[in-house]
Design a protein. Structure first.
Lengths: 404, 708
C-alpha cells in the first residue's frame, strides 16, 4: 500500500497540482450552489445529491490523474494511435446508435455511465497530434510527410464529431491548429488551411442562413446552429425569450459586483439554464464577484504558464510538446467557456474544465491533466539527466510504440 | 546540435506567441467582464429586477349578495379548468398509465367513457398537443382527484397536468330572482344587481411582489402584500328568498298551466318600496321556463285595465266627476273615431253605471267616456296627472335596463283621435310592470309614492358602507278624499268585482284585474293574444304589501286577469299571511271550549305543551295512573272531563317510538338524541316513519320522516 502510494503520490510541478486542486474545489462549491434549480426539478430539492455526485466524479478524476501521472507519459504516447482508432469506432457508433439528448446524438451508454464520445476523442486526437508532431520534428515542414497525416486524422475526428456537436468540433480543430503551430508546422501550410477552411465555413453559413427553416428541421442540428448564429450576430431587441441565456448571464455577472454575493447566494442560478455547466462562469462571477472571476481566469493562465516552463526547461523533450499541447487545449476550452458567459462568443456548449458539473467528461479531463502532470513529473525529476541521452532513449521508445 | 537549437528556438517563439494570443483572448474576456460589471451594470441590474421579481395582481374576493334575512343569493366559488399537455409524459409512463388515467377521468367527470378518454388523449399525444382543455369548471374536489391520477400526478412538467384556477359566481338559489340578482361578464352588458353594483362587489386587486426560486416556482418577496387586495363589499338586498321561492314557483305553475309565453310577479313592501320578491320567467321550450329577461324592470307594454286606476284617480282628484255621475255603457261599445270603437271585454253593456261600478266591473266604455268627456278639451290635464304619477318617465331604479315609458303628450305628432280614450283604459301607453306596481303601492301607502328598492345596504365585514333609504317620488299622489274613494273601489273589485274569486277569509285585499289584448307585430290586435294581470295590495285596511302579477299570452283559453294572474297573487298573499303573525286578526275565545274542541296531543315535549295550555288557559291535570312525570320529557294527553289529562310517555332511547302526529322539531330532537340521523320531507306533522314503532334504533341509523 505504501509502495503504491509512493508510486502515485503527486509529484511534478506543485503549483500545477495546487491549481488543479483549487479549480476542483471551487468547481465543487459552484456546482453545489448552481445545481439547486436542477435539484428541485429532478431530485425533489435534494441539492446534496449533486454535491456528492460531483464529489464522486472529482475523486474518481483525481485517482485517474494520479495513476496516469505515475506512468511514464511515453506509454500513453505509444497508445495514442490505438486510442485514436478506438475513438473513431466510438464516434461512429455514437453517430448512428447514440442516445439522443436535446436533439443531438452525443452520448453512448458505457458500463452504466453515459459517455460523450467526443470527450474521449478530444483527448485521443490531441495525444495523437502532439505525439506525431514530436516524432516528426525533422520532417515537419514537409507537406506530405509532416502535415498531411496529422491533418487527415484531425479532419476525420472533427468530421465525425461535427454532426452532433459542431462547436466542439470547431473548437477542437482550432486547438489542433494551435498545437500544430506550436509544433513548428509550416506557417504557409497553416495559413493556406485556415484560408480554405474560412472560405468553406462562410459558404456553409451563408447556405444555412439563407435556407428557410422548414427545410432545416430534419437536418440534424442545422436549425439550432442557425438560431445560435442569428442570436449572436444580431441579438433581437426587446425579445427576452431569445436573448434569455445571455441576458441572465450578464445579470449574474453584473449583480455580483466587485466582491460578489458570496458563495451560495446566487439568484440567477434559478433563471440560467445550464447554470452548472455552460454558464458556471457567470454564476462564479455572481457569487465571487469581479475579483473571483479574474482570479479564476488567472488560475487557468497560470497553469498554462507553468506548463510552458516545461518546454522552457527542455524544449527538445518529447513530452514537453505533449504537455504544452494538452495544456493549451484545456485552457483554450476554459477561455472559450468564459467568452460564452460574457457573451464574447456564441453559445458553444463547452464546459469549464474541472469546474463545471460533469460526469464522465471529468474523467477525460483528468486523463489529460494526468498526462500533463506525468510529463511535468518526469521532467522535473529527470532535470539533471535531461540531455541527448534522454533524447536517444525516447527515440527508442518511439520505435517501440510504433510496434504497438 | 545547431538544428536542435534552432528547433528549440522556433518552438519557444511559437509557444510564446501562442501564449501571447491566449493573453489577448483573456484580455478580451476581462474587458467584457469590466463592461458588464461596471459600464452596463445599471442596465443589467434593472433587468434583473424585472426578470427575477415580478409584481402579481392579487385578485380580490367578490362580495356576496344576501337577501333581507341574510340568506346567500350570490357568492363566488373557485372552479378549475383541467388542461392536459399530452406530450409531457415519457413513453414509458404514458404506456403504463394511460388506461387507469382514462378510467379515472371517466369516473371523475362521468362525461366520456374510459375508451373515448383513452382515444382522445392518445390522439392528442400523436398530434403533439401541449394544451388541451379536458374539462372546464371542475370543482375543487374533482381537481384534487385528478391530481391523484396516474401520469397527471407527476405534475406539470413530467405528467402534463395544467390546472387553471378561476372563480365562478354561484347562486345558491339557482334561478330564484336570477335576472334581478344578475351577472357580470366581460364585454357583455352588466345585468341586475351584480351589474349595477359591480364597483362595490368587485373590490380592488392588490399587488404582491414575487421572486422566482428554484424549480421555477414563485414565492412572495415579503410576508404581506405590497398593496392588499380590497375584497368586494357585500350587498344586502330587499329580497326575501322565502317569498321569492313562492313567487317563482307559483308563477312557474301558472305559466305552465296556461302555456303562457312569459310572466312576471312582483311583491313590494308598501311603506318602504322594498322589493321582496321579483320573478321573471320566459318559456324557453315547451313547458320549460327560465329567467331570461327582467320583464318587471325592462319591458314596456300596454298595461290594459290596471291603468284605469290612474284615470279614475285623475278624474276624482280633479273633482270633475263624483259618485253620482252615471255613464251609459250603451250596447257594450262606443265609437270614438271612424273605425275605432271601444268594446266592453264581455261584449255587452251594463246600462247606466257610476264610476265605482265602472271600475269594479272594469268597464272600458264607462271609464273611457268619463275621461274622454272631461279631458277632451284639455288633454294636457290628463297627461299632467300621468306625469305626476311618474308614469311618463323612468323610475330611476337601482338596477340598469329600465324600460322607457311612452305616454303621448297632446303636442306629440303621434297624438290622434284615439289617444285619449284608449290611454284611459291602458292602451296606447307603454309602461313597465314596476310602474303599475308603484302606482298601486302609492294608493296603499296613503298617497305617498315611493321608489321600488332592491338594494338596502352595502356592508363590508359587517360594517355598513352605504345605506339606501326609501326614496319618496311623490309625497301625495292625490287628495285624501280621492284616496279613500279609490281604496273603496279597489276593495270592491275583490269583494264583488272582477277579482271576487281571490277573496280570502283570513285577510282582505284590494286590487284591480287587467286583461289586455296584445298588439302583435304582424296582425295587430286581431290575433287575440291576451296579457292578463292583477295588481293588489293587502291587507286592505292596513296595507303591508303590494303585488303585481302579469302573464303574457296564456294559450289555454283562460285569459282573464283574475283567473290567470290571480292565483300567483293568492299564493304569495297566503304565504305572507302565514308568515307574518302581525297580519293576523286577533282571535278571541268567545265561548268556552268543549271537550271535542280540544286538541288531542300525541307525543310532545312536556314543557312546551304546558306553556301552550297556560297561554290559552285550558285546564290540564296529570293522568290518574301516570308514572312519575319527571322521568321523561315527553307526554301524551287525552280528554278527561273538560280537562286534558297529561300522561308522561316513557321513552327508551333504543326503541323507535310512534311519532305519528308529532311536530317535526320534537320528532327530530327525540330521534337524534337516540343517535339516529333524520331525514325530513315535507312540512307539518309526522305522517310516516321509515322505521316501525317498537323496533330497535341503532346508533347512526338514518330514519326518514314524511311530514304532511
Amino acid at each position: 500500500m505504501n509502495q503504491f502510494w509512493n508510486n502515485i503520490k503527486p509529484r511534478g510541478d506543485q503549483f500545477m497540482w495546487l491549481i488543479i486542486l483549487a479549480l476542483s474545489v471551487w468547481g465543487l462549491l459552484a456546482v453545489y450552489s448552481s445545481a439547486s434549480g436542477l435539484a428541485y426539478k429532478k431530485a425533489s430539492g435534494d441539492t446534496e445529491l449533486y454535491l456528492f455526485q460531483q464529489c464522486f466524479y472529482l475523486l474518481m478524476g483525481f485517482c485517474i490523474m494520479l495513476i496516469v501521472h505515475s506512468f511514464h507519459y511515453r506509454y500513453f504516447m505509444g497508445l495514442s494511435r490505438f486510442l485514436l482508432y478506438v475513438s473513431y469506432a466510438l464516434l461512429l457508433y455514437t453517430l448512428f446508435f447514440g442516445v439522443e439528448i436535446n436533439g443531438a446524438r452525443r452520448w453512448i451508454g458505457l458500463m452504466g455511465f453515459t459517455v460523450q464520445s467526443s470527450d474521449f476523442a478530444k483527448v485521443a486526437i490531441i495525444l495523437y497530434v502532439t505525439r506525431t508532431l514530436a516524432k516528426k520534428q525533422d520532417d515537419i515542414k514537409d507537406f506530405k510527410k509532416g502535415f498531411l497525416p496529422i491533418l487527415i486524422h484531425v479532419s476525420l475526428t472533427c468530421a465525425l464529431i461535427a454532426p452532433a456537436n459542431f462547436s466542439t468540433a470547431a473548437v477542437l480543430f482550432s486547438t489542433c491548429l494551435l498545437i500544430m503551430f506550436i509544433g513548428r508546422v509550416s506557417l504557409r501550410h497553416l495559413g493556406i488551411l485556415t484560408l480554405v477552411l474560412g472560405v468553406l465555413l462562410s459558404i456553409m453559413v451563408l447556405v444555412v442562413m439563407s435556407t428557410p427553416e422548414k427545410y432545416l428541421q430534419h437536418l440534424a442540428r442545422f436549425l439550432t446552429w442557425k438560431h445560435r448564429i442569428e442570436n449572436f450576430s444580431k441579438p433581437p431587441q426587446n425579445d427576452p425569450d431569445v436573448t434569455y441565456q445571455n441576458d441572465h448571464a450578464k445579470i449574474a455577472i453584473a449583480s455580483g459586483g466587485i466582491f460578489g454575493k458570496f458563495p451560495g447566494n446566487s439568484t440567477e442560478r434559478n433563471f440560467l439554464p445550464e447554470a452548472y455547466s455552460d454558464f458556471i462562469y457567470a454564476i462564479i462571477a455572481e457569487e465571487y464577484g469581479f475579483i473571483g472571476a479574474i482570479i479564476l481566469l488567472m488560475l487557468y493562465l497560470f497553469f498554462l504558464y507553468r506548463a510552458m516552463r516545461i518546454i522552457l526547461k527542455s524544449p527538445q523533450a518529447f513530452g514537453a510538446l505533449i504537455a504544452v499541447g494538452l495544456s493549451f487545449a484545456l485552457v483554450l476550452q476554459a477561455l472559450i467557456n468564459m467568452a460564452v458567459a460574457v457573451n464574447l462568443f456564441p453559445v458553444t456548449g463547452l464546459t469549464l474544465p474541472l469546474v463545471s458539473k460533469g460526469g464522465t467528461s471529468i474523467f477525460f479531463t483528468s486523463l489529460a491533466f494526468g498526462v500533463i502532470m506525468s510529463v511535468s513529473r518526469h521532467i522535473e525529476e529527470g532535470e539533471e539527466s535531461l540531455d541527448i541521452k534522454e533524447e536517444v532513449k525516447s527515440n527508442k521508445i518511439n520505435e517501440l510504440s510504433e510496434i504497438v | 546540435m545547431a538544428i536542435n537549437t534552432n528547433i528549440r528556438k522556433v518552438i519557444l517563439i511559437r509557444t510564446y506567441s501562442a501564449f501571447g494570443g491566449m493573453l489577448v483572448f483573456a484580455c478580451f474576456i476581462i474587458w467584457y467582464l469590466i463592461k458588464i460589471d461596471f459600464i452596463e451594470r445599471k442596465k443589467w441590474l434593472n433587468m434583473a429586477d424585472s426578470l427575477s421579481t415580478k409584481v402579481f395582481d392579487v385578485a380580490p374576493v367578490r362580495g356576496n349578495i344576501f337577501d333581507c334575512n341574510g340568506n346567500l343569493l350570490a357568492t363566488s366559488m373557485p372552479i378549475y379548468d383541467i388542461i392536459i399537455d399530452a406530450v409531457a409524459a415519457k413513453d414509458e409512463e404514458f404506456e403504463t398509465g394511460i388506461d387507469s388515467l382514462s378510467m379515472g377521468l371517466s369516473n371523475i367527470f362521468k362525461d366520456k367513457s374510459k375508451d373515448s378518454y383513452k382515444k382522445l388523449i392518445t390522439n392528442l399525444r400523436q398530434r403533439k398537443e401541449r394544451y388541451h382543455v379536458l374539462h372546464k369548471k371542475a370543482s375543487f374536489k374533482q381537481m384534487r382527484r385528478v391530481q391523484q391520477l396516474p401520469i397527471l400526478r407527476l405534475g406539470k412538467y413530467k405528467g402534463g397536468l395544467i390546472v387553471e384556477n378561476k372563480n365562478r359566481r354561484e347562486k345558491p338559489f339557482d334561478y330564484l330572482a336570477e335576472r334581478t340578482i344578475g351577472f357580470t361578464q366581460e364585454n357583455v352588458a352588466k345585468v341586475g344587481i351584480e351589474g349595477a353594483y359591480d364597483k362595490y362587489l368587485a373590490g380592488t386587486s392588490g399587488k404582491k411582489a414575487m421572486q422566482r426560486i428554484a424549480g421555477g416556482t414563485w414565492i412572495s418577496l415579503n410576508e404581506d402584500d405590497e398593496i392588499e387586495a380590497q375584497h368586494g363589499n357585500d350587498i344586502i338586498t330587499s329580497i326575501d328568498i322565502n317569498l321569492q321561492d313562492v313567487a317563482t314557483h307559483s308563477l312557474m305553475n301558472v305559466l305552465k298551466l296556461n302555456d303562457a309565453e312569459w310572466g312576471t310577479a312582483i311583491l313590494m313592501e308598501v311603506q318602504t318600496g322594498e322589493i321582496k320578491a321579483i320573478a321573471n320567467l320566459s318559456r324557453v321550450s315547451e313547458g320549460e321556463y327560465k329567467e331570461r329577461f327582467n320583464y318587471a324592470v325592462g319591458e314596456c307594454l300596454e298595461p290594459g285595465s290596471t291603468f284605469k286606476l290612474a284615470s279614475v284617480m285623475s278624474l276624482l282628484d280633479d273633482g270633475v266627476i263624483d259618485n253620482n255621475d252615471l255613464f251609459d255603457t250603451e250596447d257594450g261599445s262606443h265609437q270614438y273615431c271612424p273605425n275605432a270603437t271601444i268594446h266592453e271585454s264581455e261584449g255587452k253593456g251594463s246600462g247606466l253605471i257610476n264610476i265605482q261600478t265602472a271600475f269594479e266591473k272594469s268597464s272600458n266604455v264607462a271609464i273611457s267616456k268619463a275621461v274622454f268627456n272631461n279631458y277632451r278639451g284639455k288633454p294636457e290635464l290628463f297627461y299632467n296627472h300621468l306625469e305626476k304619477l311618474h308614469l311618463t318617465k323612468k323610475l330611476g331604479l337601482q338596477i340598469q335596463g329600465e324600460g322607457v315609458p311612452l305616454i303621448k303628450h297632446p303636442s306629440d305628432r303621434a297624438w290622434s283621435c284615439t289617444t285619449l280614450p284608449w290611454s284611459s283604459i291602458g292602451y296606447e301607453v307603454l309602461v313597465t310592470p314596476l310602474h303599475i306596481a308603484t302606482l298601486y303601492n302609492s294608493v296603499a301607502n296613503n298617497g305617498k309614492m315611493v321608489k321600488p328598492l332592491f338594494v338596502k345596504k352595502i356592508v363590508n365585514n359587517g360594517n355598513t358602507v352605504k345605506e339606501y333609504n326609501t326614496e319618496v317620488l311623490v309625497e301625495k299622489v292625490c287628495n285624501n278624499e280621492t284616496l279613500t274613494y279609490l281604496r273603496k273601489m279597489l276593495e270592491g273589485v275583490v269583494i264583488r268585482g272582477t277579482g271576487s274569486k281571490l277573496r280570502s277569509p283570513y285577510y282582505t285585499a284590494a286590487g284591480k284585474t287587467g286583461t289586455a289584448l296584445v298588439a302583435d307585430r304582424k296582425h295587430g290586435y286581431k290575433k287575440k293574444i291576451y296579457r292578463s294581470s292583477f295588481c293588489a295590495y293587502f291587507p286592505a285596511e292596513n296595507p303591508k304589501y303590494t303585488c303585481f302579477v302579469m302573464v303574457n299570452a296564456p294559450s289555454k283559453g283562460v285569459f282573464y286577469g283574475a283567473a290567470v294572474a290571480g292565483p300567483v297573487f293568492k299564493d304569495l298573499a297566503d304565504k305572507v299571511y302565514a308568515n307574518s303573525i302581525q297580519l293576523h286578526k286577533e282571535l278571541k275565545f268567545t265561548h268556552n271550549h268543549f271537550s271535542n274542541d280540544l286538541p288531542s296531543i300525541q307525543v310532545a315535549n312536556t314543557e312546551d305543551i304546558k306553556q301552550v295550555l297556560d297561554k290559552v288557559s285550558i285546564s290540564s291535570h296529570m293522568h290518574n295512573d301516570s308514572i312519575n312525570e319527571f322521568e321523561t320529557d315527553w307526554m301524551q294527553a287525552e280528554m278527561q272531563d273538560n280537562s286534558l289529562a297529561i300522561q308522561p310517555v316513557k321513552t327508551l332511547k333504543s326503541i323507535m317510538p310512534n311519532l305519528q302526529g308529532m311536530k317535526a322539531k320534537d320528532a327530530v330532537y327525540m330521534l337524534e338524541k337516540s343517535g339516529a340521523k333524520v331525514l325530513v320531507e315535507g312540512f307539518g306533522k309526522v305522517k310516516k316513519q321509515s322505521v316501525k314503532a317498537g323496533e330497535r334504533i341503532n346508533r347512526g341509523i338514518t330514519i326518514k320522516l314524511q311530514l304532511s
